[in-house]
Design a protein around this ligand. Structure first.
Ligand code: FPP
Length: 261
């Protein structure tokens, strides 16, 4: 039977979600493709292929929920150390995804962004990514952000180097460096910090993902392996998020007297 999302009904109201409390930015550590394949006695690459199907489905549900930014950890700086055949297969899958999904991204008014060392991608993959970024750059409803050759420590090291160069050149004053300045030198300079970070597959760590940006993100961990992660499970997380009390290190104040509650 088709889900309500497939039937085109409003997923926000039918899943009991509050449209006023939607997260702006959801970030996902898509983990468990390899274990999914192993459980089924398949090659790991088959797990990544099935994972790409889940990507399509989660992008669609985010668009329907009016979530403005979705960041997906698709390839980490550490992933270059995997067996050559797996890296090659992942790169081919990425190229296929950004090429095949161009029309859908246009139809759904979604722009593609990348965070990470885009220059390290194989030439043909980098060109396919760049072309999709170019084609979709004026789309305004949502940004699909792929973290490719991304590592939070590399990102911060790069930002420190850029700021140090500017200080040495005299275009940036040491005293003027603030948290805001650091944020502006990260790959994510033009997008808000994630409200939610989700990790699938039962692991409970950030694995070098958005270390600076996730400072106040709500963290969600699920045992489900990424290829099995469903729209429904995603919406359940959004519903749980809407019940959480985000204080950002402050105390909850009553509306009129400012006293802590
Ligand atoms: C982690 O699972 C997943 C990855 C390193 C790659 C993620 C890639 C995809 C979901 C598919 C391609 C992406 C796009 C955007 C089309 P793992 O392999 O580490 O799983 P394991 O921990 O079970 O071995």
């Amino acid at each position: 039977m088709k889900s309500k999302i497939d039937q085109g009904t409003d997923p926000v109201s039918c899943h009991g979600l509050d449209p006023e409390k939607m997260p702006v930015h959801v970030a996902v550590i898509m983990d468990g493709n390899g274990r999914w394949a192993k459980k089924k006695l398949m090659n790991r690459v088959r797990g990544h292929e099935k994972g790409a199907d889940t990507v399509r489905s989660i992008v669609t549900v985010c668009r329907k929920l009016n979530i403005k930014v979705l960041t997906l950890y698709a390839f980490s700086t550490e992933n270059w150390g995997r067996p050559r055949a797996e890296v090659t297969a992942l790169m081919a899958l990425l190229k296929k995804f950004v090429t095949d999904e161009r029309q859908t991204l246009m139809d759904k008014n979604i722009c593609l962004g990348v965070i990470g060392q885009k220059e390290r991608l194989p030439g043909d993959v980098g060109r396919a990514v760049d072309e999709t970024i170019r084609l979709t750059r004026n789309n305004t409803a949502m940004r699909l952000n792929l973290a490719l050759s991304y590592g939070g420590r590399e990102e911060m090291t790069r930002a420190v180097k850029q700021m140090a160069e500017k200080v040495a050149a005299g275009s940036l004053c040491l005293e003027d460096i603030s948290e805001e300045t650091v944020s502006r030198h990260l790959y994510t300079a033009d997008i808000p910090d994630p409200d939610i970070v989700i990790r699938t597959s039962g692991e409970k760590r950030l694995s070098n993902f958005m270390l600076w940006q996730a400072g106040y993100a709500e963290l969600f961990f699920t045992d489900t392996l990424w290829p099995d992660f469903t729209d429904r499970a995603f919406m359940d997380i959004i519903r749980d998020y809407q019940k959480r009390d985000r204080r950002f290190g402050k105390v909850q104040c009553s509306s009129n007297d400012g006293s802590p509650q």
